[in-house]
Design a protein around this ligand. Sequence first.
Ligand code: GLC
Length: 688
Amino acid sequence: MIKKYVYGDPIPTNAVVGGDIEAGEGEIQYFSEISFGDNIMLSYAMSDDDVVYGLGEANRGLNKRGGVYTSFCTDDPNQTEEKQSFYGAHNFIVISGMVNVGIFIDSPGEVKFDIGFTSTNMLNITPAEKDFVAYIIEGKSAYDVVRQFRGMIGRSYIAPLWAFGFQQSRWSYMNEDEIREVVRRHRENGIPLDAVYLDIDYMEGYKDFTTSDERFPDFPAFVREMREQGVRLVPIIDAGVKIEDGYDVYEEGKQYQFFCKRQDGTDFVAGVWPGKTHFPDFMNSNARNWFGSKYKVLIDSGIEGFWNDMNEPAMFYTEEGIEEAKKYLSEFDFETNDPGKFFELSDKLTHLSNRRKDYESFYHNMDGNIVRHDKVHNLYGAYMTRAAGEAFESIAPDKRVLLFSRASYIGSHRYGGIWTGDNQSWWSHLLMNIRMMPSLNMCGYIYTGADLGGFGSNCTRDLLLRWLAFGIFTPLMRDHSALGTRRQECYAFGDTEDFKNIISIRYSLIPYLYSEYMKACLNDDLLFKPLAFEYPSDDFARTIEDQLIVGDSIMIAPVYEQNAVGRYVYLPEDMLYVVYRSSSMRKYRVMNKGLHFIPAAVNEVPMFIRKNKILPLCRTTQCTDKIDTSMFELIAYADSACEYLMYEDDGISKSFTQPENYTSFAIRDSEGVLTPVSSKKIVKLTLY
Ligand code: GLC
């Protein structure tokens, strides 16, 4: 049951497209409304044992209690524990306890969620704008609430199958030869690879939709050369358009009035990678169509995927900010001997980027409605994704194009995935990645993942191995690192055997992961589930945040602490423990419900197969083009008949709903004898 409460005159966001929604009458259910000035705060008194899920890309744990979170898309690579805003803004939470109630605050401006931070049992939601929509979703369980919510926000973006391969990135591979070397070293060492990323330096002067002639003299030929080796190149597209006379994107944007404007009608200017840039007005449908159409030039060169970046939008500085800082600097008098004044100055100088004042100084033309940016800030990146996603429908109507973005707002999940932005090579960020996945799925982002190994800071061999051992389960499996950090490719840490083995496990799991991913997208379901969603009456399972159910058949328990030789794992039922050394070397043990210490060396991947579930595995390969889905090995832990329904398609076209996309792997019980049955060839059955 979903009820919709409209406050004032909200700006449409394109977030909600379906569901069985009734207009709410009178006071909002479950929450109390507290007015302050023109604005409203929604409050809920939590019981001691209520769990609060949701918020997608947000800080801290799976249970959001005890923290305060501000939905305001923010470019902040320093994601320490107290940070309130990340790159995405996902205003959906579920309160799960005596009642199971979800609330989605559909507001494109800032929204604050204080979930027992100020006062332990109070949940306070404060939208900065007085005009917003609140949806209240009642369900039988938290899982049920999430699925209803997913139904109302529409089907998640579906990525091509090749995007499930291992992808290598770095800011930046500077030219063709450097990329050839990356591919060669993967192939030489038998490390599977499907894509290499082009960060900003592939462009000419950081100008979107250009390629540098010097670094990539024949770009389409190079794209073809890589493709012949089973590797796709994925270029970055930044939100800001370089101001440069003669640059067509700039000239056209200016001519058609497609850039965001200051109050006086001049085009707003901010400093980003190319220096001075204008921001396309993605809130304007004509500007959106125009920008989207630009992707064609790269698609025509053979490109099949993109990552959209800097679209919070990130601003390093504005002229106004610099002038203000200069003034402070010139007025600073060393002789006054006032440290307070110094800190004021230092604050000015260190907060030149992404200033609130700058976000309040430019405007969008939302198809005739002029709106100040900060009031719709969270839609900006989402609408850039929309611009690209909608354009692909006409540029490549029969083909899936890989697309993911840094900034996002619920609704953009229908056009593309997201990556979680600039994290660090910290063990705590591996744990954050693990805990964030179910929350992202709840908000519709299924094709998603973090920079494996961490973007900023220097990664170590053990951190990368442990992170990859988790990353083999995330749809986006990409190793990415920042300029100036230690090299982070799998071959940068000496012996490559362990890396090869871990990534090879991924390739044997791809048919299962892709099948579970597709089912999650097509059925408004989750790929990553908290244990509590599958074992709702298990009180201990409710408290577990570092083990996840992945799809229907398996539970994972990644190791995320340095020097650990294993970890404690809670089994909510008897399960089959499988430890992988490589894609073909495995050890098995049936383990009983309860708490166990599981040894896991740095080159091992432990996982658990649920009772009466089947895990289908294919032979590992060097790239997804070579995956053979005619033969399977099955691992099952079964004491009775059971079945796994595998979704499979060509991985690139859009015919998702054909019945022939499903293959059954069954274990039949005939007079106490369990035998596998499938239309596929089963080369091996490991049955416990
Ligand atoms: C931003 C992106 C990062 C990229 C860098 C350079 O920080 O988040 O992934 O490498 O810009 O383009």
